[in-house]
Design a protein around this ligand. Structure first.
Ligand SMILES: [Zn+2]
Length: 218
């Protein structure tokens, strides 16, 4: 988080000035203000990322979205209404951004990662259903690795530590009190759209980008 902040400052003031600025009361307070601004909850607000073609492709935090806009990689399509006051400039906080260059996204082969598994499972333990933060969840091999289970979309699920301990090296067929809430599948374009819609339903400015396929007349 602070790396982005520093990069931005480096670009604006040059590398050396960052240290020279420490002696100046004004620059120090500017810096504090900006770091303070970057810590505000508004910086965590989810921002919808569109491809150059206006196709919704991702969700990122407002902080990252701002960096993309400031670097000229993306432009703001919809604003949050809040304005970031930084030294010598005011930037409207984005709610929807669009990449200026089209990026090919291989939806069918989305990377198998811890982050994407938790996203698919919406941070819910797939055995007991409890919703936790990413840090409080682990990944469980449905068929344990020790019994030949592979690290695949179909064999990995979000799992709380309690359930993970309880399950141990057993197969679900050997357990009577544990079962999967739903069949784990690979992360499809449909799944990611669904997640974007769930998050975006709170933000009316996302709707025109997310619902145009299913609600053309609305
Ligand atoms: Zn659990």
């Amino acid at each position: 988080m602070q790396a982005a902040q520093h990069n931005k400052m480096r670009k604006q003031r040059g590398n050396g000035n960052r240290h020279a600025g420490h002696g100046s009361q004004r620059l120090t307070s500017d810096r504090e203000l900006r770091i303070g601004v970057f810590r505000q909850p508004a910086m965590q607000t989810p921002v919808l990322v569109l491809n150059a073609s206006y196709e919704p492709i991702n969700i990122c935090g407002a902080r990252r979205a701002l960096v993309l806009v400031l670097k000229g990689v993306a432009r703001t399509e919809e604003e949050q209404g809040a304005v970031l006051h930084a030294a010598r400039m005011n930037v409207a906080m984005p709610s929807v951004i669009r990449l200026l260059e089209y990026r090919r996204i291989p939806h069918q082969t989305r990377a198998l990662s811890r982050k994407n598994i938790l996203l698919r499972d919406r941070n819910a333990c797939q055995y007991c259903g409890i919703v936790l933060t990413a840090a409080e969840l682990t990944l469980d091999h449905v068929i344990p690795r020790s019994r030949g289970g592979l690290s695949t979309w179909e064999n990995l699920v979000a799992c709380c530590h309690d359930c993970n301990r309880r399950k141990g090296n057993q197969l679900l067929s050997e357990l009577t009190d544990m079962k999967l809430q739903r069949e784990p599948r690979s992360f499809s374009l449909h799944t990611s759209r669904h997640i974007m819609r769930m998050i975006g339903s709170a933000d009316p400015s996302w709707r025109r980008y997310l619902y145009f396929e299913s609600e053309p007349a609305a």
